[in-house]
Design a binder for this molecule. Structure first.
Ligand SMILES: NC(=O)c1ccc[n+]([C@@H]2O[C@H](COP(=O)([O-])OP(=O)(O)OC[C@H]3O[C@@H](n4cnc5c(N)ncnc54)[C@H](OP(=O)(O)O)[C@@H]3O)[C@@H](O)[C@H]2O)c1
Length: 260
């Protein structure tokens, strides 16, 4: 019989949350801190829009006797990813949870994408995540690590001017692939497919899809609900879950079938 996990099982473990300077990533980091984890916070730039929130999270960790440090790296750049994982390894000495949350993409029809758009799309949202896992593996395999990828509904239904969708689909397939490939190393790999979340990225979505505002408020997913689902997949309660994508959309995708 498998033992019931202790409620403080994550205390003292370390999480790297990519793109945690703001939005969903920030909420995930905050939730993992509540569960007693130490945090490697991460953004593309040394400084930016999430500075204040990041500093507040670092101060909150310190006040609780936990550690949180901020790192900057462009995940589209392999050398930066290598350095990021070296720095995290040096700073914390371990890594238990890798949340692949950072994403960046143009909102355009696919036929209008320039070569540089396409390269940025693939480099950031597919290759960057693969490099992160490659570089993190030696740390993750030491303590039964967990990988959690942040996907979106664009992975399964066409969304206009959203070329990120196909990248998310490829990554959900990669998550299934890693689940089997990394099983011998004791590393689990799962994804959350989030519905509509009102972050900075949503401002752009509203420009290309003005009628999105007509959706009832209850169909928008608060960042905390995405963070709770990530916490589940990062924690021991999900020990029987591997290679899966959990849809957290308050039923939005189901409602599409009603045609209204
Ligand atoms: N918002 C939604 O409705 C929604 C729905 C489903 C899924 N998601 C997914 O959830 C995740 C977070 O979304 P969000 O809305 O919170 O995004 P966001 O507000 O745009 O924040 C993106 C984060 O990713 C970082 N980032 C972007 N490009 C990067 C790069 N090349 N290298 C390193 N870091 C990079 C940003 O760092 P800087 O601050 O330094 O730029 C920022 O911390 C994404 O994977 C997104 O696709 C979002």
């Amino acid at each position: 019989m498998s033992e019931h996990p202790a409620s403080d099982a994550l205390t003292g473990q370390v999480a790297l949350v990519t793109g945690s300077t703001r939005g969903i990533g920030h909420a995930i980091a905050s939730r993992l801190l509540d569960l007693g984890m130490d945090l490697a916070l991460h953004g593309r730039q040394e400084a930016g829009p999430g500075d204040e929130a990041t500093q507040a999270l670092i101060a909150k960790a310190q006040a609780r006797g936990r550690r949180a440090e901020r790192f900057a790296a462009d995940i589209a750049d392999k050398a930066s990813v290598t350095k990021l994982l070296e720095d995290v390894g040096q700073a914390f000495g371990r890594l238990d949870v890798l949340v692949l949350n950072a994403a960046r993409a143009p909102f355009k029809e696919s036929w209008r994408l320039l070569e540089r758009d396409l390269r940025q799309l693939v480099d950031t949202n597919f290759l960057g995540n693969v490099f992160l896992v490659q570089r993190a593996l030696s740390l993750l395999e030491q303590h039964g690590g967990r990988i959690v990828f942040l996907s979106s509904l664009g992975s399964r239904a066409m969304s206009p001017q959203y070329p990120l969708g196909p990248m998310k689909a490829a990554m959900e397939a990669m998550v299934r692939h890693w689940a089997e490939e990394l099983r011998p190393q004791g590393v689990r790999s799962n994804a959350i497919c989030a519905g509509l979340v009102k972050t900075d990225a949503f401002k752009t979505l509203r420009r290309i899809w003005p009628s999105v505002d007509r959706l009832p408020d209850e169909l928008f997913v608060p960042v905390e609900e995405v963070a709770d689902a990530v916490a589940f997949l990062a924690g021991p309660a999900s020990r029987g879950v591997n290679g899966q994508t959990l849809v957290v959309d308050r039923g939005l995708s189901n409602r599409h079938l009603r045609g209204d």
